[in-house]
Design a protein around this ligand. Structure first.
Ligand code: 2AM
Ligand code: CA
Length: 264
């Protein structure tokens, strides 16, 4: 695969998809729920995924597409060959309620190895991207390598609900972590939380439930600035399954996992 040849084409897909999403703000959208009452999908998520799939197939119809809304048909059960992992709208609740703070995410993999990642914050018109091994960029500006810092000077993306009694994580550990940190944030879109870490605006981001399309692009970009991504059990990320997730400045990654996180 010629990832450099594909780069301009992918950027053009993202810009056109972004324009379509912006236009949709003026239309009435249809909103449905998926796995639970807060897990939303709209007709725009589906239309944008279909648009992206059509563009990919026009370029090369051997490329497989693994998208959140399943519009490509056959479910992807292996990462053999070239696989595009796509989330047409990450942060659908933000999209619906705020008309901002959502992103389009595209990760391009070959035989399971990340080749290029793209996260497009549509309303801010900020495109984050990386071709593996060549550094990470935002709108053409190279992102700096992350600098070490201690936990008590760190800002971490955490959903407040994990500090309350729940079935997935010992919430007392989460509360101890929150007290130790300089601050917490919750943006509501995994891709943008990851890019906050990649740009040093936050120092880690933790989630108890993320899917491959939420993180496929972000891990490639984050890796280029030296961030570490893993599950909360410090295992390698599996891009075929839902799991827990942390992306972090390397100076605080193991301390967070070892000293503050206990999964149930
Ligand atoms: P989504 O908007 O594409 O569904 C919200 O905290 C973040 O978690 C979003 O990035 C959201 O992605 C993601 N997420 C992943 N799985 C989810 C689920 N089952 N329900 C709600 N949000 C989910
Ligand atoms: Ca989505």
């Amino acid at each position: 695969m010629d990832i450099h040849g594909l780069h301009n084409y992918t950027v053009a897909i993202l810009k056109e998809a972004g324009e379509r999403i912006r236009r949709s703000f003026h239309e009435v959208m249809q909103i449905e729920t998926k796995s639970d009452a807060n897990d939303l999908v709209t007709n725009i998520d589906k239309e944008i995924e279909q648009f992206i799939i059509n563009k990919i197939r026009t370029y090369d119809d051997t490329y497989r597409v693994f998208g959140e809304e399943g519009m490509a048909g056959n479910p992807v059960t292996s990462l053999e060959g070239v696989v595009w992992i796509v989330d047409p709208i990450d942060g659908t609740m933000n999209f619906v309620r705020q008309h901002r703070n959502f992103a389009i995410s595209i990760g391009i993999y070959e035989d399971g190895v990340g080749q290029a990642g793209y996260i497009y914050d549509v309303v801010a018109d900020e495109l984050y991207y990386a071709i593996a091994g060549e550094g990470a960029y935002m709108n053409g500006q190279r992102l700096a390598h992350l600098e070490a810092l201690p936990l008590n000077k760190s800002i971490v993306g955490i959903n407040a609900v994990w500090g309350t009694p729940n079935k997935k994580i010992e919430h007392e550990g989460v509360i101890r972590l929150i007290r130790k940190l300089r601050g917490t944030r919750s943006l509501g879109a995994a891709t943008l939380e990851m890019m906050a870490v990649a740009t040093g605006r936050m120092d880690a981001y933790i989630s108890l439930r993320l899917s491959p399309w939420d993180i496929a692009a972000g891990v490639i970009i984050a890796n280029e600035v030296g961030a570490i991504a893993s599950t909360l059990e410090n295992k390698k990320i599996n891009l075929l399954e839902q799991d827990t997730f942390i992306v972090s400045n390397p100076s605080i990654h193991s301390e967070i996992i070892n000293d503050y996180i206990t999964l149930k």
